[in-house]
Design a protein around this ligand. Structure first.
Ligand code: FAD
Length: 302
């Protein structure tokens, strides 16, 4: 498995700024993330040092080139999950492989994707979960559904096979966006992928049924939400990072409550602006660099 000192999740202003500092400090630095939302034809008028309007696309391309100049390895790949091992090192699982790392900087921006199930909140903690590694144990041998259309949902469903064999994926009416490889793994595990929409949940003391938009029902005692790609909240659930709603809580050094995990930019909330994200990325990198030097001084990377 590849090993890196610092893995940054997110290639937006926060992640790229962190990468400039981490790589320039001589640490092996991996950035996982594709073009951020701002990398389009949006006019940026309020970023320091650009008296003429610059597009979001150009600003991000410049940041990326700058990070690469110092040796950062930037890949358009999506992170599916992060796990901590006994040696206090993190394994970052992506759509294309796994990386071992000493420190993680979360710079995933903010995601407000909701599944659109009307009474989902009533069943949180009573069958509805956002984290298979946290709650899979509670659905041992039970019927469960995973709500989501992408590889993140597929991966969550496959992780659930450690606990139960009765798993259904509901895509909320969307076309599945899963690679052939994941579709094959789902087929091998007999996990159907239904292009239907869950609209309501039912059950007396906990989840018993999922009602679909055609009034069909699916018996289920567990429902795992995995819409779109994994967000900072999903990583927070699985690692135990303190949250404030959809945002991660981090101190002034951008350290979360989990050693070796730092957070910067929009995923931390506050004033959601490029200048703030860039500043926070720099602070998170400085903290991550100190952490790596103290905790992983002899880590062999490559
Ligand atoms: P983002 O830029 O959102 O980047 C998040 C990164 O995380 C992306 O690379 C994404 O691919 C990656 N990611 C997420 N999940 C995963 C995963 N599971 N695996 C791998 N990668 C993942 N701010 C200003 O200051 N001035 C403006 O004029 C301005 N205009 C804006 C216009 C628009 C249309 C939008 C949408 C925003 C605008 N903003 C503006 C806000 C600004 O874009 C954000 O504050 C800033 O981009 C936040 O940076 P970030 O790095 O924290 O997150």
């Amino acid at each position: 498995m590849e090993t890196k000192h610092i893995t940054i999740i997110g290639a937006g202003p926060a992640g790229l700024s962190a990468a400039i500092y981490a790589a320039r400090a001589g640490l092996s630095t991996l950035v996982l993330g594709c073009a951020p939302k701002i990398a389009g034809d949006y006019d940026i008028d309020n970023y320091f040092g650009f008296p003429e309007t610059i597009t979001g696309k150009e600003l991000v391309e410049r940041g990326r080139a700058q990070a690469e100049r110092f040796g950062a390895d930037i890949r358009c790949d999506r992170v599916l999950g992060i796990h901590l091992d006994e040696e206090m090192r993190y394994t970052v699982k992506t759509e294309s492989g796994e990386v071992k790392t000493c420190a993680v900087i979360l710079a995933t921006g903010v995601s407000r994707v909701r599944p659109g199930v009307e009474n989902l909140g009533d069943y949180e903690g009573k069958g509805v979960s956002y984290c298979v590694s946290c709650d899979g144990f509670f659905v041992r041998g039970k019927k469960v559904v995973v709500v989501g259309e992408g590889i993140f949902a597929a991966n969550q469903a496959l992780e659930l096979t450690n606990y139960t064999s009765d798993i259904t994926i509901i895509t909320q009416g969307k076309k599945p966006e899963m690679s052939e490889n994941f579709l094959k793994q789902l087929a091998d595990a007999s996990i159907p992928v239904l292009e239907k929409k869950a609209v309501r949940l039912e059950g007396e003391n906990g989840l018993e049924r999922v009602v679909l938009d055609n009034d069909e029902t699916i018996d289920a005692e567990g429902l795992f939400v995995a819409i779109g790609e994994a967000s900072s909240s999903d990583f927070a659930y699985s690692l135990g990072i303190e949250r404030n709603g959809v945002f991660l809580v981090a101190d002034e050094k951008k350290a979360t409550n989990i050693p070796g995990v730092f957070a910067a930019g929009d995923c931390r909330g506050g004033f959601l602006q490029i200048s703030v994200a860039v500043g926070e990325g720099a602070v998170a990198a400085k903290s991550a660099i100190s952490y790596v030097k103290k905790e992983c001084p002899n880590m062999k990377t490559g």
